[in-house]
Design a protein around this ligand. Structure first.
Ligand code: NBG
Length: 648
């Protein structure tokens, strides 16, 4: 049965924590019996598969739908038509009311595919509705009749391209036209579907916001603010003020990052070309909003420029976080610290003007998948001691405290962990050929590869431990296995170089006779949900080492922690809340606080000072530079070393 289950591919419809968080919400909402629909795109190709060749990442397309998907049901009866391009025409209707038509557009048809999301141990099954783009029949036929067979097929291809492939960048954007089309396609399908559902019961849309809330998962669907206005005002003839009130009451916005490079903006010419009507609507929203800002803060032109939906500095662009903030009644960050920084930093002006919109919603993950399903041994042990209520109510785990000091409970816990480590060791052997010792500490860092997540900081640590063993081979060190996993965005060269460095260090450390297996380094290829389910239960130590203020929340940190790993971490994201729950004595804390980081920067941070004054650090970096981990190649890791020593 396990073999059969294993044949099912991951639905790799997201990049990292953001998409997986949404999947956890779907599980929790169904378990809590909340009437929630998850909307998304039915990407033909999901997250790429990662192979490692000569230490480098190689991407392989993930055609997860190739053999069909038995869980999905196409619902062509609910198809929608989506417009792109064209132009707008302003006119007055028979009652003399100013109205707008969107003309000469390219139309694309959207077909929803429904996936059932069942609640845990209840009778609730919610829906995940994924949209697939396809060409309109009319469009095909027109061209075909004119004898332009090739053009007709081309149009079909263009339409089908929209949901062909997931953009593989985590927490960063790149202003590509197809990406904007994906975002608009997704939002328009979804809002039209919601309006359809509303009109099944109501005769008009006057109470739409009493029946529906649209939670914007970051700014990727922020164009919803303009699209809902268009649907209400242009298609349903509602007046602007009424439509605006409904829109704001409908939309909520979750911010998932503070990284400047991940804050989405769209160049005006591109936006104008793809969504001419939406640009007009955004200008109108902006005009009315900035009037309020000026009334509230007279003479503060700098503030007006910062809050504008249009960035006028340099090449003009639409700021999606500002659009989401203006068009939502609620704005939240995803961990206590992150929300405070959202209020103080990225959305400061918005917080000062409308503080009542802001609140914190610390992320969570489903214990059904990440403990009950992934760690059956531990689950049985827990349930035997405190019953199975914890599966729906994790607070009940507190009941385990009564057994924490009991010898037999401890040894059973340890032997379950060992079993889990054996399972992971088997996977490591299969994918890398490396033998790992289940009696060594499994010290694990798995997440997307990104400089801000600091995988290379962990590498510096490993090199330092290696040097210590080399200096004193007889030293009594606790055997330790470092396991890394995670994908780098295909165009993110430094992230790919970090993968190569991990593999370079692994090659040296794992084969050094002096080390004698006391230190092992593994890069496990193709980290995904399935492998995650084997990894989290097998960890002794969980690495969560981003600099304070960088990781909005993290969710892998929670998955490790609820499987009994101890965290090595900074005071960043939800690490802070985890530390409060597990207690400071179960958390290896290091690094600066957000305030200390700020202070450092104010005094001028100079990485070279640390390099010059810390001998172990200097040695490690010099070894990277001198080719110790690249078979003598001294240029390979230069960009990485430069980034460490020269950048902020
Ligand atoms: C990510 C953050 C994580 C967070 C997840 C889910 C984006 C834009 N943000 O720290 O980097 O856990 O969102 O909230 O992907």
């Amino acid at each position: 049965l396990e073999d059969v289950v294993n044949e099912e591919p991951d639905a790799g419809l997201g990049n990292g924590g953001l998409g997986r968080l949404a999947a956890c919400f779907m599980d929790s909402c169904a378990t809590l019996e909340l009437p929630v629909i998850g909307y998304g795109l039915r990407y033909e190709y999901g997250m790429f598969h990662q192979q490692i060749e000569h230490g480098y990442q190689v991407e392989e397309p993930d055609h997860w739908l190739r053999d069909g998907n038995p869980w999905e049901v196409p619902r062509s009866e609910y198809e929608q038509t989506i417009h792109f391009g064209g132009r707008t025409e302003h006119y007055h209707d028979e009652n003399g009311v100013h109205r707008v038509r969107w003309l000469d557009c390219h139309d694309v048809v959207a077909i929803p595919y429904d996936l059932p999301i069942s609640g845990y141990s209840n009778d609730t099954v919610n829906t995940l509705r994924l949209w697939k783009s396809t060409a309109t029949k009319v469009f095909d036929l027109d061209d075909f009749n004119k004898g332009s067979y090739a053009e007709a097929v081309e149009a079909k291809n263009d339409a089908e391209h929209i949901t062909m492939v997931l953009y593989p960048n985590d927490a960063s954007e790149n202003g590509k036209e197809l990406r904007l089309k994906q975002q608009y396609f997704f939002v328009s399908c979804t809002l039209q579907d919601m309006i359809r559902l509303c009109l099944q019961h109501d005769t008009d849309l006057d109470h739409f916001n009493d029946k529906f809330t649209a939670q914007l998962n970051d700014t990727h669907p922020a164009i919803a603010v303009a699209e809902l206005m268009r649907l209400l005002v242009d298609d349903h003839a509602m007046d602007w003020d009424a439509a605006w009130q409904i829109t704001v009451e409908t939309c909520g916005y979750t911010n998932h990052t503070l990284l400047p490079e991940a804050l989405e903006t769209w160049p005006l010419p591109l936006f104008q070309r793809v969504l001419p009507r939406h640009l007009e609507i955004i200008y109108e929203i902006n005009h009315r909003f900035l009037k309020q800002v000026r009334e509230r803060f007279p003479g503060d032109d700098a503030r007006v420029a910062r809050m504008s939906l249009i960035d006028e500095s340099g090449k003009r662009s639409v700021r999606m976080a500002n659009l989401a903030s203006v068009g939502s009644h609620a704005i939240n960050g995803v961990a206590a610290l992150h929300t405070e920084l959202v209020k103080k930093d990225v959305l400061r002006d918005f917080f000062e003007m409308m503080p009542e919109k802001f609140s914190n919603k610390t992320n969570g993950v489903t214990p059904r998948r990440f403990v009950a399903l992934s760690n059956p041994g531990l689950s049985r042990l827990i349930t035997r001691h405190i019953g199975d209520g914890w599966i729906k109510n994790l607070d009940e785990l507190r009941g385990l405290e009564a057994f924490a000091e009991q010898q037999d409970f401890q040894s059973e816990w340890q032997s379950i962990k060992r079993e889990n480590k054996l399972r992971l060791a088997e996977l490591v052997r299969e994918r890398t050929g490396i033998e790992t010792d289940p009696d060594s500490l499994f010290d694990i860092l798995v997440k997307r590869i990104h400089e801000y997540k600091r995988q290379h900081l962990s590498v510096l640590h490993i090199i330092t431990l290696y040097n210590q063993i080399k200096e004193n081979p007889a030293a009594d060190v606790t055997p330790r296995t470092f396991i890394f996993g995670g994908k780098a965005a295909p165009g993110y060269h430094l992230a790919k170089l970090i993968i190569k460095l991990i593999n370079g260090v692994a090659e040296v450390v794992n084969t050094d006779a002096d080390v004698g297996g006391r230190l092992k380094v593994v890069f496990l290829p193709d980290f995904d949900l399935k492998s995650g389910q084997l990894i989290y239960p097998a960890a002794d130590l969980s690495e969560q080492i981003s600099m304070a203020g960088k990781e909005a929340s993290g969710t892998g940190n929670m998955k490790f922690s609820m499987n009994g790993a101890l965290t090595i971490g900074t005071l960043d994201g939800a690490n802070i809340e985890i530390r409060e729950e597990v207690g400071a004595d179960n958390f290896f804390l290091f690094g600066l606080t957000v305030e200390q980081v700020k202070e450092q920067k104010a005094h001028g941070y100079n990485p070279k000072e640390y390099f010059d004054s810390n001998e172990q650090l200097r040695q490690a970096i010099d070894q990277i530079r001198c080719g110790v981990f690249s078979q003598g190649d001294t240029s390979l890791f230069e960009p990485l070393v430069d980034a460490l020593l020269q950048r902020d």
